[in-house]
Design a protein around this ligand. Sequence first.
Ligand code: ATP
Ligand code: ZN
Length: 291
Amino acid sequence: MQTTNQPIVLRLAIQKSGRLFESSVQLLRRCGIDLQNGTGKLKAAASNFPIEVYFLRDDDIPGYVADGVADLGIAGENVIYESGAAVEVVEKLGFGRCRLSIALPRDAGYSSPADLQGRRIATSYPRLLGDFLRQNGVQASIHPISGSVEIAPGIGLADAVCDLVSSGSTLFTNGLCEVTTILHSEAVLISRPELDADRLALLDKLLLRIRAVNAARRHKYILLNAPNDRIEDIAAILPGMKSPTVLPLATPGWSSLHSVVEEDRFWEIIEDLKALGAQGILVAPIEKMIV
Ligand code: ATP
Ligand code: ZN
């Protein structure tokens, strides 16, 4: 028997285990999406949002989304661009940051991509490396290998590597030196190209939540006390979402200012705030931020 009026759900593919798993599940949780029957299975439904989450290897995610097996996916830009899959990048997610870099043995000289001419480069990213070499007019031989790329020069398999780096310690312990970065990557939300109107509307709802969560992470709520004759000067460097809230304190001649600042900017302006007479500065996290 054919069932009709099936509820419309978004099918979202995320990494089943590995570096992106925790942050992906945490993002959903912060978006108020509770996954039922745990995260150890192939898939899980949400109790309070029309979404079904599939747990897959990250390398399979772009293909499944392009083929329409899933509507959305979360994976690193490195994996998505290397796959060449026809998917749309909908939103950068701000976690899983790393870079795809070329590294050479420490004693090999390097001043420009031309120094890679004729070299053998081991990588798990033949497509991205090939694009980089072509754009720089360099001919080199690419050795695709699937894991432990960093040991290739040490065993004589290659003269250089092109691999993911975050701290650089793996390269260092293998006697390699990072010489140039070919891609800065972070986790992104992707979608299949032609979502129908119902799923697009659900994606909009999900995106509103994701943006609110991520904006909140980048901002802090700031409260401070200031003499009334300094309010104008302090307000000028504390723009907030509109302008700061000013509330009178019980002490005559003093007010409390409340505002929202980008976390990065906060450290820049703290000295200026103090110089302008701000006291009792409190900085608090923001749970959600809808601009
Ligand atoms: P899977 O079993 O799903 O195939 P994997 O071993 O290929 O997992 P992980 O090592 O879990 O993948 O990395 C997943 C993603 O995390 C990478 O594709 C990349 O986008 C990101 N990432 C962030 N920092 C690093 C890093 N230092 N090294 C490798 N990947 C990183
Ligand atoms: Zn993988």
